[in-house]
Ligand binder design. Sequence first.
Ligand code: FUB
Length: 339
Amino acid sequence: ALLGCSLATVAQTNGGKNPISQPLISNIYTADPSAHVFNGKIYIYPSHDIEAVNVKEDDDGGHFVMNDYHILSMDKIGGPVKDNGVALRLKDIPWAGRQLWAPDATYKNGTYYLYFPVKDKQDIFRIGVATSKSPTGPFKPEPAPIKGSYSIDPTVFQDTDGKAYLYFGGIWGGQLQRWTGNKYNAKGALKKPNELAYLPRVARLNADMKEFAEPVKEIKLVGADGKPFTEKDNDKRFFEAAWIHKYNGKYYFSYSTGDTHNICYAIGDNPYGPFTYKGVVLKPVLGWTNHHSIVQVGPKWYLFYHDVQLSGKTPLRNVKVTELTYNPDGTIKTIDAYK
Ligand code: FUB
């Protein structure tokens, strides 16, 4: 283990209760795990965290300086985890400037599609797509970002009717506050406490999975009272890290609340929402960021997430997995990763 820390040495239990989840790998730092099952095997598409040299931690995430992706795979939960090596490098993306952040992937008709946010050469976050015949790459990037894309944390969802959607957005360093009505304003400001919070975005993808089929739309997120959140509801409002999954015919939109560090979820009846807030999936974890994915493996559901157990440092994270369970009414049981 390059980090001087094997799974055996970090093993710990919580007073005989469930074992606390351990990092899935320790040879590299990984974060923002987007997990999928392809052909019965589990693949994790994470960010690859690296040490930032001469960069101070700031509110815009300047310290997240990632420059490639490694895809992880495992045959079963609890089994050995393989690091499949470099799948895509920043330097091979013709339009990219810096900061290769949280990716996601999907499969359609013999091709795997990797969606990734990265700052372009003008330092504006855009979303790119790269393709491969293998789930672990290497991935070949398209020559330009997806037209009309912006901000960070793309997540791709293919519905049972075959339509595919890209969800994205993140405030602060993710630059969502610079985009109103899909128009860029470099001076876009954060909302004041009583103003309506920024909303995540969605666009349906073309059949080729490489372009938006429609203008980007805002996703309506409302509280249990049916009212939209204001910025002061920052323990519930959207910040970044969108994910969507379907359970019993309902659409579950989950996301991070950023500066209050929760992963929350809201339920809707279709891919565009509105989504009604239901509660917390994952309480704050070690480190500033909280980012997750929710996936069914066989009969069980799992939450992939990260914390900073191995390094103790926010920009050097490690991915983990734990079981996720539903209540009979379809709500999710809140997870505390350390109890
Ligand atoms: O990994 C960089 C950023 O940190 C992600 O884009 C956010 O979701 C947060 O996890």
